[in-house]
Design a binder for this molecule. Sequence first.
Ligand code: FES
Ligand code: FES
Length: 195
Amino acid sequence: MELQINGKTYEVQADADTPLLWVIRDELGLTGTKYGCGLAQCGACSVLIDGAVVRSCVMPVDGAAGRKITTIEAIEADDIGKRVVAAWVRHQVPQCGYCQSGQVMAATALLKQKPHPTDQDIAAAMVNLCRCGTYNAIKAAVHDLAGGGADQAAAAGAAGNAPQHPAGKAAAAGALALAVLGTPGHAPARQGGEG
Ligand code: FES
Ligand code: FES
């Protein structure tokens, strides 16, 4: 079957009920999308399909065929995704970074659907788990984007209300980059959950 991922067409060999996550990571090598629970609970495996956030660990690959799939590797090619990544760095959101691909996808989907989400909208949409407890920073970054003011000011080079320590921002950018590229310690885990 053919998959359209990040603007490219991939011919993949997989059983129809194989989870999309396995194909993305193991067959295509796009390891920025993470395996967490495998049960649609944590959101680490989130991708966009036709602009909506989907948990790819429970999405059969044939359900994604012919649809527009976006993974974290291409999120900055999307105007909203690019703004989300910039806000994540500005607010120094990532710690270990493992959950952050999914968090960025969830925030991008939310802002595509609702450019100015309310607190309730944010609370309802940003439900991915983070074992490092970055929830407050995630909330601040999405609020920043929802309001637009601080985000646009920062984009223009002005100081926003976010932490501005250069070392912290570099660390946040590094953690996000590691999450996207994948790290040996966070190798793909299939059904067994190892590694
Ligand atoms: S929700 Fe898919 S890995 Fe947790
Ligand atoms: S699990 Fe470490 S940053 Fe979320």
